[in-house]
Structure formats: structure tokens, C-alpha cells
Write a protein that binds this ligand. Structure first.
Ligand code: NCD
Length: 309
């Protein structure tokens, strides 16, 4: 059966493994032949509608479109939009559909980009919806892993921190569960464990090996990837809980003593205190490369959704 053409990217599962691998190929080509792509989106407009704070995702989307020769418009704060006057998301989206060719949106409500895609007449990209999903961060992560390790299979991946509210975690698990021989070490305090539905619907359904632990160092020597995350302050109901959990893990040089020489240390950023700055000059620290890779994979994604050859 022929798959329908990809119109939106709401969930990482909207992309087949082949499509992800193709996006990575294009991103790598962009990295080596930047000039070839500098006019591909001339005349096209990207709208970035950010109802939640962002540095990397919004700016890398904008940089991606500008580097493709296109233009950008949008808002980075819902308080500057008509949302404050009571406009519904659907009406905003229908309006912006006439102002741009493609929309990247971030929203605090889980499922908002899926709802928006029903009203939009142009492609919608989910740039993060609440504690749910963040598919373009995952594409960034996969590009980074494939560049650093040369493969996306046969990997032991430690995911550490806020596995409950971390949307980057939910999306990377959805993506990596489709590659061969992946083992997850899920490192979190009891209160921030991976949601049950992800365990049953993604890991167990696909027979993926996983271990849950609250001990960051216990499995350190086995890891190929260590993916650190911040405790998601904005998703907590109670400040006292956040304060109690926020410094639960602090990765430092000492804790890396038993780690593999070719460990790849990742973080979607922003970092708060979960990676000490003494790790930054370790050659295994790849989080800033990861942030830079975000531009190239988003360029590849924009080309795909706009069907630019
Ligand atoms: C992440 C996010 O917004 O979910 N940041 C990002 O997009 N690079 C991670 C986070 O905010 O902790």
C-alpha cells in the first residue's frame, strides 16, 4: 500500500524509518554543500508560532528557512498575539495559512498541533506540545547520533532526568524503538519515571529491552549514548516538588570515569544544573554540536514538506 504523502509532522511516527534516513542523508549533504541549497526556498515563507518559550527550536527553524533563501514571520510570545484577546487556536491557524507556506508551532497543550493541522491549509510542524512530543528535536538527535556513532542501531542509550514530562524523551523513544538492537537504560527518580503508556505501548509492544533505575552511575560503563534532560519546571503542579527533584542528577567529570571512551553525551538544552560545566570540554560532550545540527535537519524537513526538489 502506498503511504499518503507527508503533509504535516505532528508525531515522529508520521515519518517512516526510510523517510528519517532520507532526511538525515539530505541534512548531511546540506552540511557539505551549503551553497547548493541557499536559494531552494526563494519566495517561500515560514511562520513560527510559539505559544511557549524557546531559543533553539524557534531560532534554528528561522535560521533553516533563511539559509534556504526563504523568509520568516511569527511570534515568540503568545502574549503578543490575539490569543490574549480570546482568539481560538483554530482561527489563528486559519488566518496564518494565508500569510505563509508552512507553520512551525509550539504550544503548552498536548495535541494542539494535531488540532491545528485540521484547520490549516499549509503544512504544520509540531515544535513541541506540552509534555507530549517534540519530533524535530528527535530528528536533530538522530542526525547527531548517526554522525557521531555512524549508525542508529546496536546502541545502548541512557535517558536520564525527567522521563515523565520530557517531550524530547517520548519522541526519541518512539523513533529509536524502530531501529534494531536498541537497549534503553531509563534513569530517573521514582516520581519522574517514563509514563506507563510509553512502557506498554512502545517498549513492550516492540520487544525493546529496557531497565529502569534511579542510579546514574550503575550502568555508565555500558552506555553508547547518555541523553541528559532538565527537570521540566513548567509542568509541575507544586513548586516544592520541583525544588526537591531539580538537582537529583548532576553529571560531572567524576561520574564519567567508568564511561566508554566513545560515549556520546547529549542534551536537548537548555541545561540548568544537570550537566556540570566541567563536562563541556570533554570530547564526548556533543550537546552544542547537537544544537547546531538542528538547523540542517530542519532545512531538510522544510524541503520535504514543501516538496522542493
Ligand atoms: C526542549 C524542549 O523544549 O522540550 N528544548 C528544545 O527544544 N531544545 C527541552 C527542554 O526544554 O528541556
Amino acid at each position: 500500500m502506498k503511504r499518503e504523502k507527508l503533509k504535516n509532522l505532528i508525531d515522529i511516527k508520521d515519518l517512516s524509518v526510510k523517510e528519517i534516513d532520507d532526511l538525515i542523508k539530505v541534512a548531511n549533504d546540506i552540511i557539505t554543500h551549503k551553497d547548493k541549497y541557499s536559494k531552494k526556498c526563494e519566495g517561500k515563507i515560514l511562520a513560527t508560532l510559539f505559544f511557549e518559550p524557546s531559543t533553539r527550536t524557534r531560532l534554528s527553524f528561522e535560521s533553516a528557512m533563511l539559509r534556504l533563501g526563504g523568509r520568516v514571520l511569527g511570534f515568540s510570545d503568545a502574549n503578543c498575539s490575539s490569543t490574549t484577546k480570546g482568539e481560538t487556536l483554530g482561527d489563528t491557524i486559519e488566518t496564518v495559512s494565508g500569510y505563509a507556506d508552512i507553520i512551525a508551532m509550539r504550544h503548552p497543550k498536548e495535541g494542539a498541533p494535531a488540532v491545528a493541522s485540521k484547520r490549516a491549509s499549509i503544512p504544520i510542524i509540531n515544535a513541541g506540545d506540552g509534555g507530549h512530543n517534540h519530533p524535530t528535536q528527535t530528528l536533530t538527535d538522530l542526525l547527531t547520533i548517526s554522525r557521531e556513532k555512524g549508525r542508529l542501531d546496536n546502541l545502548t542509550i541512557g535517558l536520564c532526568g525527567d522521563l515523565k514530562f520530557g517531550r524530547t524523551i517520548h519522541s526519541i523513544i518512539g523513533a529509536m524503538s524502530r531501529y534494531k538492537n536498541i537497549k534503553f537504560i531509563l534513569i530517573s527518580p521514582e516520581e519522574l519515571k517514563l509514563p506507563d503508556y510509553t512502557i506498554t505501548e512502545v517498549l513492550e509492544k516492540n520487544n525493546i529491552e529496557y531497565i529502569e533505575t534511579n542510579d546514574l552511575e550503575k550502568y555508565m560503563s555500558e552506555l553508547d549514548i547518555l541523553y541528559m534532560t532538565r527537570v521540566q519546571k513548567e509542568r509541575f503542579f507544586n513548586e516544592a516538588d520541583y525544588l526537591r527533584l531539580k538537582d537529583y542528577y548532576i553529571l560531572n567529570k567524576k561520574k564519567l570515569e567508568k564511561a566508554k571512551k566513545d560515549l556520546c553525551i547529549m542534551h536537548p538544552l537548555p541545561r540548568v544544573s544537570e550537566i556540570s560545566t566541567d563536562v563541556d570540554d570533554d570530547p564526548r560532550a556533543k550537546y552544542f554540536e547537537q544544537a547546531h545540527n538542528g538547523v540542517y535537519i530542519r532545512m531538510a524537513l522544510i524541503l520535504k514538506l514543501l516538496e522542493v526538489k
